[in-house]
Design a protein around this ligand. Structure first.
Ligand code: NDP
Ligand code: HSE
Length: 438
């Protein structure tokens, strides 16, 4: 049987992992597909860089465009990353009639609508399982396995680096920067690690998740994004004492006023939930469908082998339908083009949750009375309040509050007023508390 010839752009963490996995599992892949999958060409930036992966029999070039147009390549795998540099390569491959497999969530979150339209015009596939949650086949689950459902909500720990940092800060009392350095050394972090810690990478993934969950065009602009930089070791410890873990959550769900929420934010989740127990580089995606109820998908969210697992899964899918008419393939986002609908994306002010607040208050009489008066004026009811030990040399003390369910609009107004009090050294910390149904 003739092999399916693969051209890979990029031989970094994921590219190297993909070449090595295709070699290691060549026999079982051939048994699944009925044909061998053969890497024929690879493009890199620096041909002199030492590579740990075996490249015998593979043509290595610095001309990525040549791989995209090579008639001897059947499928192109884009693993160079970035948006402006990757887009022309993907277009070139699609334009040459070649299906593309990519792990590039930034590219698809920002330019996916145009690229899927273009792939459709060319009549070829554009597969992206590896772009979301590393080794977890969540795109396949949402597009195919859960197709019978109307999706109610998705709560995801979708960035391995951020989860790794939060886990290490809690269990090893590690400083933020040291934990980030470790994650970079392990190959988890993006080229620009601010994407990981500022929630941007999780937001790219959430934009794709929401599109396949709700049959909506990708809308990265509709997202509210907050990262983990403002989370202190103190917040992690206070949350722990109260029975919560802090996780960076990517959330999309029907909001109280009927709009669809789309937000990436650090959140308190109860310690006895499955999401709270997801530690290190692991990701988890909790999906509630109207028929199935709550489901949870768990696995490694980054790294060479896990991400290669998703890339190779896509390669097998795409190779199976090579040359087949488009109606024999699953639509890119799981919904027929005519079935796609732009929902009303809910603004953040419509969100309703409980809140964790940490205020830095002057230790003097009457301070808490002023704070509770402001909260009461906004109709915010307090569930718990604790004054903590002052930090050494500090003129203020941390006061931690948990509220009952509140509208974000009211909470923001209240916090503005609290931070204007002379007796509060703002800005105060506000973290949402997410009740995830299990
Ligand atoms: P790396 O930085 O490790 O690798 C990038 C590779 O692309 C390098 O081999 C580099 O070459 C090559 N490259 C860059 N520009 C060009 C170009 N113009 N022509 C040819 N080769 C080029 O990135 P990752 O492997 O970590 O990530 C790749 C993609 O996968 C990204 O989109 C990322 O978001 C995504 N991803 C990454 C995950 C991970 O765990 N790392 C997990 C899931 C998705 P050279 O080696 O010569 O410098
Ligand atoms: N930098 C990403 C993460 C890689 O840490 O999750 C996987 O997409």
């Amino acid at each position: 049987m003739d092999p399916v010839r693969i051209g890979i752009l990029g031989l970094g963490t994921v590219g190297g992992g993909t070449v090595s996995l295709l070699r290691r599992n060549a026999e079982s892949l051939q048994r699944r597909l009925g044909r061998p999958l053969k890497v024929s060409r690879v493009a890199v930036n620096d041909p002199n860089k030492p590579r740990s992966v075996e490249l015998e029999g593979i043509d290595v070039t610095t001309d990525a465009e040549a791989v995209c147009t090579d008639p001897e390549v059947d499928i192109v795998v884009e693993l160079v990353g970035g948006v402006d540099n990757a887009e022309p390569l993907v277009r070139k491959a699609l334009n040459s009639g070649k299906p593309v497999v990519t792990a590039n969530k930034a590219l698809l979150a920002e330019r996916g609508n145009e690229l899927f339209r273009y792939a459709g015009e060319q009549g070829v596939d554009l597969a992206f399982e590896a772009a979301v949650a590393g080794g977890i086949p969540i795109i396949k689950a949402l597009r195919e396995g859960l197709a019978g459902n109307r999706i109610q909500s998705v709560h995801a720990i979708a960035n391995g680096t951020a989860n790794y940092i939060l886990s290490r800060m809690r269990t090893e009392a590690m400083a933020f920067d040291d934990a980030l350095t470790e994650a970079q050394e392990l190959g988890y972090a993006e080229l620009d690690p601010t994407f990981d810690v500022d929630g941007i990478d999780a937001a790219h993934k959430l934009a794709l998740i929401a599109a396949v969950a709700f049959g909506a065009p990708i809308n990265y602009e509709a997202l509210t994004i907050e990262g983990i930089r403002p989370i202190t070791a103190e917040d992690i410890a206070f949350a722990d004492e109260m029975g919560y873990r802090i996780k960076l959550l990517a959330i999309t769900k029907h909001g109280p006023d009927g709009g669809i929420e789309l937000r990436v934010q650090p959140a308190l989740v109860r310690t006895d939930t499955m999401l709270a127990s997801v530690e290190g580089v692991f990701n988890a995606v909790q999906v509630i469908g109207d028929a199935v109820g709550p489901t949870l998908y768990y696995g490694p969210g980054a790294g060479a082998d896990p991400t290669a697992s998703a890339v190779v899964g896509d390669l097998v899918d795409v190779a199976r339908t090579l040359g087949a008419p488009p109606q024999y393939r699953v639509p890119y986002l799981g919904f027929h083009a005519e079935g796609m609908q732009e929902p009303r994306w809910a603004p953040i002010e419509e969100v309703e949750t409980e809140y964790y607040l940490r205020l830095q208050a002057q230790d003097q009489p009457g301070v808490l009375a002023q704070v509770t008066r402001i909260l009461a004026e906004e109709g915010i009811s307090i569930e718990a309040m604790r004054q903590k030990e002052p930090r050494p040399e500090a003129s203020d003390v941390p006061v931690v509050l948990l509220t009952h369910t509140t509208r974000e609009r009211a909470m923001r107004r209240a916090l503005d007023a609290i931070d204007r009090l002379d007796v509060i050294n703002g800005p105060s910390q506000m973290i949402r508390l997410e009740e995830v149904e299990e």
